[in-house]
Design a protein around this ligand. Sequence first.
Ligand code: ADP
Ligand code: MG
Length: 479
Amino acid sequence: MKQAAIQQEEVANTKEALKAGWARVAQRLKGELGDDLFNSWFARMDAEDFSRGQLTVSVPTRFLKSWIENHYASKLRKVTETEFKGLQAIIVRVRQQGEAARATQADGTRPAQAERSTVAAQQIQALLTADRESVDESQTFDNFVVGSSNQLAHAAVMRVAGAASGQTLSFNPLYIHSAAGLGKTHMLNALAQKIRIHQPARRVLMLTAERFMYGFIHAIRSKDTLAFKDQFHNVDVLLIDDFQFLQGKAMQQEFCHAFNSLVDTKRQVVIAADVPPTQLDTIDQRMRSRLQGGLVVDIETPDLAQRRHILDLRYMIMLKNDPSAVVPAEILDLVAERITGGGRELEGALNKLIAYQQFNKAPVTIDLASMVLRDAAGASETGRVKIEDILKVVSRHFNVGRNDLLSARRAREVVMPRQIGMYLAKKLTARSLPEIGRRFGGRDHSTVLHAVRKIDEQMKNDEKLARELALLIRLVEQQ
Ligand code: ADP
Ligand code: MG
């Protein structure tokens, strides 16, 4: 059944039509991007108004707005055009934090101010008391695969899980960082549950930085920041996920207060982020150094054995839900070999194979799997650039041996290409700085960071270098 696209005229007063049109856009986006990406970026986007060719949509944070504008503008436009006829422009607006997700209520009216603050107060309550809901119970230590890539992080988290209430650990905070999909959130979920089960008296609060900000802003609007602060006094273990999203001065100060009062009274804080503290550009220097004052550990991409093990676990779970989803062991071997990213990518590939198989009502053969995996890699948003390819391209382009790039040689004709290589690795792959350092001849992560900053800086004034880099990026992507 094909539904009519929204015509400009009909829109003037029909919130229904807007809602329906937006629902179809969301459906399409989900189809094109997959659930994960959709949920990360678009699940909280709402359409507010469509008039005179201009569609206004809103998102809850500045971060989401800028991410969507920088990475998804053309996709959003393409998908939206088909549903909103006469579309000329899309405006992405940041919702006032007091506003409900829908700018208008079901009956089309806006909530009154007074009503809004009660809503806000209730939301803080919901945020901080019903935090159980924010813990994903399917992610436990039982189904977390430990290997060389995450051994240290895992050991540290287990120490936190095993500590008695009030006992001082030698590290506080524990700060875990890695690229996306490598198991940070999984570990925090597992930790929260383990403590709840084994030490019910120890109070655990798990929040994302975004939820922290959201709660705080609600508290300000409803003039109830005391209640907000109070919540943290009762917490024994505070887990903050996606810390890199913490933004704004007031927000940081507030977090800093909560953080200091917890750490000073020997309560444990665990933080997960996608960069090390030194790279938290929006966080002020004092806070950064406090974050470094505990234990900072990174998680690397899993090795082959670990990837195979993660697939096994995933597969078992899938098989339990659907006994017809049979995938032969050699196919799992192939997936583990080909998909060299983290847990999320492995799951994606496995899902795809099973869907493929059920669609065709035939078991997957190696040839088919090979094809499906190749497509999966080609279609992925970031591409699958390998550090090896970067080394190859850089070495060829500058006529410098691969060994020289990895060596300790400091001759000018080697240093610059090496720095460009590290720069490309940072920009084109999801690898962490320490890992890039290791792959470039066992260098320190600060060396990589220095290279990245230096090239970024030089590019601003050196157009020739900028063009050269653009060329190198194309060459690497064509590998
Ligand atoms: P991050 O928070 O680092 O982006 P997640 O914790 O969300 O990553 O992990 C992404 C997916 O991969 C989750 O479904 C998680 O269960 C799975 N995963 C990641 N690492 C592991 C691991 N070592 N063992 C089992 N599953 C993992
Ligand atoms: Mg996460």
